[in-house]
Ligand binder design. Structure first.
Ligand code: SDX
Length: 393
């Protein structure tokens, strides 16, 4: 500590703001959105109800929900010129890179979003983001398959529309299986907000300079992509597949993780900055994984490997002493895969779920008129030096 600056790398002990949106208790493993428990919401609500709750602070009435859902439904199409930007990506472009680029590009189609003198259209931009993200997200998958993209269908609900755009083909319609759409609904709810995590703090920091909402959300998508954050759900499945390919010996991987300093290996899907107990979302997703896979008649050996890995880690001093438990990313990929969603789309699913949380936090930051974010530092560089002409160096 020098003078008035306290160094707090990773902001482990710094409160960046006051927020009324999401409550976490890391010791007890509690998560609530606007006071409602995640267990209740995951079981009883629709994803759009939770989006409404996070953004506007209350669960919607029947009337409010119908208007919200209808206005989203009427904005699911994307300006056809966006397709030209999209066509420029190579087929193997990672969907997260495509998503953040196209969300940022949306600001070009709605210039009032960055025109300080234009009347405030934030409500419209909220609807556009919620409506268009799923449409844009499915484009990457279709292109990677060499298939034509699908247009949204107004008669479908939010989750069914996403599944339709992902899996429908010109040669055959796609029948949405209610087991699949309700599993997706639950997963999106569980990812919807998580107070001041890395990507949400990014959205707030970028938005605090009065950058437009599309650029701020795009920045959040990029932060989420990192393997230590939302990208972990893709890493988990790749790790579990590797363990399976190596004969399923979880003990070896637990040992490798314990020697992270030399092996550089981490058990993806384990550990959390705040939860020093079970991540309540992981509990719900683990249970849902058994339920969904058996309902779909899917037998995925990596589910047993995941459970074996969890069992081994939770009985190992290294993990117990560091309070490393499975987090939201540990089991989610197993369900996504059972729904037919490919691994490189897992973090995109996280982004679709987290979008209402990012929006709610962006709006709260603006409503509370938060100052521009600008942390200080402890300077450790050179003291004053005389400049030398290049010939004298
Ligand atoms: C998400 O913040 C959020 O809320 C995020 C999130 C959300 O909803 O927004 O919950 C979503 O990002 C979940 C986390 C997904 N990431 C992973 O699963 C990647 C693996 N996990 C780790 O990288 C780590 O646990 C973090 C990034 C999640 C948390 O990192 P911290 O809080 O900075 O903890 P740390 O790295 O300081 O670890 C403390 C100790 C270290 O050992 P020592 O230096 O004390 O000897 O625990 C060890 C770490 O080496 N450790 C692990 C480990 N995670 C931490 N060792 C092995 N395997 C792991 N997974």
């Amino acid at each position: 500590q020098t003078g008035y600056v306290t160094l707090d790398k990773g902001y482990k002990n710094t409160g960046a703001t006051q927020s009324a949106i999401t409550f976490l208790d890391g010791e007890e493993g509690i998560l609530r959105y606007r006071g409602y428990s995640i267990e209740d919401l995951a079981d009883k609500a629709s994803f759009l109800e939770v989006a409404y709750l996070l953004i506007y602070g209350e669960l919607p009435t029947q009337q409010q929900y119908a208007e919200f859902e209808d206005s989203i439904r009427r904005h699911t199409m994307v300006n056809e010129d966006m397709r030209k930007i999209f066509e420029g990506f190579p087929n193997n472009a990672h969907p997260m890179g495509v998503l953040s680029s196209l969300v940022s590009a949306l600001s070009a189609f709605y210039p009032d979003s960055y025109d300080e003198k234009a009347p405030d259209q934030t409500q419209m931009h909220i609807i556009r983001l919620l409506a268009k993200l799923p449409t844009i997200a499915t484009w990457s998958f279709k292109k990677s398959q060499g298939h034509p993209v699908n247009y949204p269908k107004n008669q479908l609900d939010y989750c069914s529309n996403f599944l339709h755009m992902m899996f429908a083909l010109p040669v055959e319609d796609y029948q949405v299986d209610p087991v699949v759409s309700s599993a997706l609904n639950k997963l999106l709810i569980l990812h919807a907000d998580h107070e001041q995590n890395c990507s949400t703090s990014t959205v707030r920091l970028v938005g605090s300079s009065r950058a437009n909402i599309y650029s701020s959300i795009s920045a959040g998508i990029n932060a989420l992509w990192g393997p230590l954050h939302g990208g972990a759900n893709q890493e988990v499945i790749e790790m579990l597949e590797e363990i399976k390919a190596n004969g399923g010996d979880v003990a070896k991987y637990v040992e490798m993780a314990k020697n992270a300093k030399t092996t550089g290996f981490r058990l993806f899907g384990f550990g959390h900055r705040v939860y020093k107990n079970f991540d309540p979302r992981a509990r719900i997703i683990k249970k849902a994984a058994d339920d969904v896979l058996s309902k779909l008649g899917v037998n995925d050996p990596v589910l047993e490997i995941a459970k074996g890995l969890e069992e081994a880690a939770l009985h190992d001093e290294y993990f117990v002493s560091r309070k490393l438990y499975p987090n939201v990313d540990f089991y989610s990929g197993i369900i996504y895969r059972a729904l037919g969603i490919p691994t490189n789309m897992f973090t995109v699913m996280f982004a679709i779920g987290r979008l209402p949380g990012w929006i709610a936090q962006f709006v709260e930051m603006r409503t509370q008129k938060e100052p521009i974010g600008r942390p200080r530092q402890i300077y450790t560089g050179a003291t004053l030096r005389e400049f030398k002409a290049i010939g004298d160096r």
